[in-house]
Design a protein around this ligand. Structure first.
Ligand SMILES: NC(=O)c1ccc[n+]([C@@H]2O[C@H](COP(=O)([O-])OP(=O)(O)OC[C@H]3O[C@@H](n4cnc5c(N)ncnc54)[C@H](O)[C@@H]3O)[C@@H](O)[C@H]2O)c1
Length: 280
């Protein structure tokens, strides 16, 4: 709350990283990281359009703290018509987004039904379809609708959020402690495959829109601390070179970089911010 009460418009002192003229659309804004990005961008003077299936307490706080620069819309990234309605309303209200952060995604939480975290051989087809719909088709839809709008102004930066599990396989040994206590538990397949799909969707669009002033990059992240149990933390922190999970705000610098002119010559790239996970 205290963070949200900072001045409503404060430009970066370094013009290279200035985002104060940007209109940033963030999908999955009500989640842990989406709301961090929104806050960091708003504090630097950007206008932010947040989109999610539902609002949250943090979103209500941002709406109250930044009434002229933060706009929330309920929309489903798997439903292209709901995105087109948002596009029309946003264009009327503040203009065409100049930055799109494709952040909405589904993972399989530790508490997911048994089958979802069971062996690969019986991973449910319905779970595969649901994850692919949100994590991959949702990004495809948002790029069509909001990226398409950006081409009309020949200006924009698209940031597609991926994961270390889209670059390398989940390390199943991390979850060995659960199997030792009698659970059947594997990190499932669909999330990892969906995130690797992001990498080439990014490259495809970066090339396709290279002459239209639209930059498209992937931002690959490692795990974020969110009250995980101690056994998991011991395994994870023992595996990651920096020895800790990310804090919720550890990725803000990369987001500001990709949203601003500091990254103006960068497209089709994958910026990996992972505490060294993929260096091993
Ligand atoms: N948290 C991590 O440890 C971690 C690690 C690597 C990558 N990531 C990536 O970062 C991004 C954000 O992760 P997070 O931890 O904040 O997740 P989160 O679950 O806290 O937030 C995701 C948000 O997406 C929204 N959402 C889900 N389906 C939607 C749909 N159909 N339409 C619109 N919104 C929808 C959810 O309501 C939720 O608010 C994801 O792309 C995730 O894969 C996260």
């Amino acid at each position: 709350m205290a963070m949200c009460q900072l001045v409503e418009k404060s430009m970066s002192s370094d013009q290279l990283f200035d985002v104060s003229d940007e209109i940033v659309l963030i999908t999955g804004v009500s989640g842990q990281l989406g709301s961090e990005y929104a806050k960091a961008l708003l504090q630097r003077g950007a206008s932010v359009v947040g989109l999610d299936l539902q609002s949250s307490e943090e979103i209500n706080r941002l709406s109250a703290s930044f009434p002229k620069h933060f706009f929330f819309y309920e929309a489903d990234v798997t439903d292209k018509s709901s995105l087109e309605s948002v596009r029309i309303e946003v264009e009327k209200k503040i203009g065409t987004p100049t930055v799109l952060i494709n952040n909405a995604a589904l993972d399989s939480p530790p508490t997911a039904p048994l089958q979802e975290n069971g062996p690969f051989e019986s991973y449910p087809e319905a779970s595969w379809d649901t994850i692919m719909d949100v994590n991959l088709k949702g990004v495809f839809h948002c790029c069509q609708v909001f990226g398409g709008a950006m081409t009309e102004q020949s200006y924009g930066s698209i940031i597609n959020i991926a994961s270390i599990y889209g670059l390398v396989s989940p390390d199943q040994s991390l979850y060995g402690y659960r199997r030792q206590r009698g659970e059947v538990f594997y990190k499932p397949v669909a999330y990892a495959v969906s995130k690797s799909g992001i990498l080439n969707l990014t490259r495809y669009l970066a090339v396709y829109w290279a002459q239209n002033g639209i930059r498209v990059n992937t931002l690959t992240l490692a795990g974020v601390w969110n009250n995980q149990d101690q056994d998991f933390l011991n395994a994870y922190c023992g595996r990651i070179p920096v020895g800790r999970m990310a804090n919720g705000d550890d990725y803000n610098g990369a987001v500001i970089f990709l949203a601003s002119q500091a990254s103006r010559y960068m497209t089709g790239a994958n910026l990996i911010v992972d505490g060294g996970w993929t260096a091993i």
